[in-house]
Design a protein around this ligand. Structure first.
Ligand SMILES: [Zn+2]
Length: 315
């Protein structure tokens, strides 16, 4: 071919024609060289956006050694360490066969890039049960009885405390409590109520033949007293002799009470004594005790100490 070109050059008579031919061959030579050199191929590599995923795809197989990353994965407090080429946390979890479910909490979002020495944690929801025994206090039930005087109560059953076992379902992510709810109540011992028969009878006829209406009937201890020195520590002529603490004159129908429990002015009917009003008090008076007023010391002595039905009258 060289000989052919030399002959062609010799045959060309003009200098301009020779120059043109040299230029032509030079052009053909250069175009052939460029095809072998690979310059064009590099220029033609598409310069699209090289994000992490296609960067990885682009480099895959070229430089695997540099893409191995040491990662620490902690699943429910169990620590794993391994090498990965995964780009995102999602890829990494799938690579490690960890199903992505709703009942798990990740330390990082799924699109987090895996770096060398990354530490990721995965915590699954786990359930535990806790138990609690609770005592059920005795409830009181009343049975009203119109044959029984109001204020009188009779215990018919003492009752017994109940016992319930409460089962709570707890949910944890790792060691962190997520929920704690009552799941079941198991009755271990049934509560039995205390049953009281309560009187609702509010009126009756006295032995003297009058009907009394009352709000409460009770059996109280009663004694008798008069105005004498032995009973009250005062002699006729002393300041306050014969006058009760409420100002009423001492005598039949005025009774000494503990006014913290039975206020002055409270009207009552005392069986065997008759109608009375609370009007006096004294050092020896105790709650639920009446000191009944008498005209003479002998009458007071005769009464002595006895339990009496007392009816607190409707005003
Ligand atoms: Zn007396």
């Amino acid at each position: 071919m060289i000989d052919y070109i030399s002959q062609m050059l010799l045959k060309l008579k003009t200098k301009r024609a020779k120059s043109f031919l040299v230029f032509f061959f030079l052009l053909v030579f250069l175009s052939g060289f460029s095809k072998f050199s690979g310059f064009n191929r590099i220029e033609q590599t598409p310069r699209k956006n090289l994000n992490s995923a296609n960067m990885f795809a682009f480099l895959k197989g070229k430089d695997k050694q540099n893409l191995e990353k040491s990662v620490t994965l902690i699943v429910d407090d169990v620590v794993f360490k391994n090498q990965t080429q995964a780009v995102s946390l999602e890829d990494y979890l799938l690579e490690n066969k960890i199903d992505l479910k709703d009942d798990m909490i990740l330390s990082h979002s799924l699109d987090t890039l895996v770096q060398s020495n990354s530490v990721f944690t995965v915590e699954h929801l786990n359930e535990h049960y806790r138990y609690e025994e609770v005592e059920i206090p005795i409830a009181t039930e009343y049975i009203y009885d119109c044959d029984l005087l109001v204020g009188i109560e009779r215990v018919e059953a003492q009752g017994q405390k109940g016992l319930v076992k409460n089962v709570y379902k707890q949910q944890f992510f790792g060691t962190e409590l997520y929920s704690d709810q009552l799941a079941e109540e198991i009755e271990l011992k049934k509560m039995e109520p205390k049953i009281i028969r309560a009187g609702s009878k509010t009126s009756l006829m006295t032995p003297e033949g009058s009907v009394i209406e009352f709000t409460r009937a009770a059996v109280l201890s009663t004694t008798g007293y008069c105005s004498c020195y032995q009973c009250c520590g005062k002699n006729p002529g002393d300041y306050g002799y014969g006058i009760t603490a409420s100002g009423l004159p001492q005598g039949v129908g005025v009774v000494g009470v503990d006014p913290r429990y039975i206020p002055y002015g409270t009207k009552m009917y005392v069986e065997g004594y008759g109608y009375a009003v609370a009007g006096d008090t004294g050092g020896a008076i105790i709650p639920n005790h009446l000191d009944l007023g008498f005209e003479t010391h002998d009458d007071a002595i005769v009464w002595a100490l006895r339990n009496s039905w007392v009816y607190f009258l409707i005003d």
